[in-house]
Design a protein around this ligand. Structure first.
Ligand SMILES: [Zn+2]
Length: 180
C-alpha cells in the first residue's frame, strides 16, 4: 500500500507513539505512524478525526499508536531548553512572586558561574529579575515557589503544540501547566 499525500495536511499532523507499557515515547508524524502500523511494528490505540486516502482504501489517521515490541531503554534525552519551553514548564508565571513572567532568570546567576540548565532557569517578571540582580540565592530574599526541573521531552513537546488531542492526555505523564 502506498500512502499518497492526497491530504498533506493530515499526513503532516502528529500522532502520539507509546511504548509497550503505554507510556508516551514521542510525537511522530501521521505518515510515520501509518508506516509503523502497516509494517506491523505498532498497533492502533486511538483513531484521529481525519481520514487518509491511499490508492485502495481510506482509513482514519491514527492519533495514538503503540509499539508492539520492547525498545531498548532509550538514553534519556533532555528536553531542549529555550524561553518558550521554560514558560511552558512554569505556566508563564514568575517563579518568585507569581505574577505574569516576562523573562528568564538564572537562579544562580550566570555571572557567578550558574549553568544554563533546566535546574537553574526559571520564568521571571521584570521587577523581580531587576531587583534580584546578581545576588546569590542564599543571600537573596527571592525564594522560588517550586524547584526547577527538566521536563520530559514528550510532555514539553505536547505543551508546545497548540492544543493536543484529548485522547493523548491519559498517556502524557507529568503534563506541563500551560501551552506556551
Ligand atoms: Zn516576580
Amino acid at each position: 500500500m502506498i500512502v499518497k499525500a492526497a491530504v498533506p495536511s493530515v499526513l503532516s499532523e502528529r500522532a502520539l507513539l507509546l511504548d509497550v507499557g503505554y507510556r508516551a515515547l514521542s510525537i511522530v508524524s501521521v505518515r510515520r505512524a501509518i508506516l509503523l502500523l502497516i509494517s506491523q511494528k505498532a498497533e492502533l490505540v486511538h483513531e484521529g478525526k481525519h481520514s487518509v486516502r491511499s490508492e485502495r482504501i481510506e482509513v482514519n489517521a491514527p492519533s495514538v499508536i503503540r509499539l508492539r515490541y520492547q525498545v531498548a531503554a532509550p538514553y534519556r534525552r533532555r528536553a531542549p531548553l529555550h524561553r518558550k519551553a521554560v514558560f511552558a514548564r512554569d505556566g508563564s508565571l514568575c517563579q518568585y512572586c507569581g505574577r505574569r513572567a516576562e523573562c528568564i532568570d538564572h537562579v544562580y546567576p550566570r555571572s557567578k558561574g550558574g549553568p544554563h540548565e533546566w535546574e537553574n532557569v526559571v520564568a521571571c517578571c521584570r521587577p523581580c529579575n531587576a531587583a534580584k540582580g546578581d545576588s546569590l540565592p542564599e543571600n537573596s530574599k527571592f525564594k522560588l515557589k517550586a524547584v526547577p526541573y527538566a521536563p520530559e521531552p514528550v510532555a514539553l513537546a505536547a505543551a508546545l503544540r497548540q492544543g493536543i488531542p484529548t485522547e493523548w492526555d491519559a498517556y502524557i505523564l507529568n503534563p506541563l501547566p500551560l501551552s506556551a
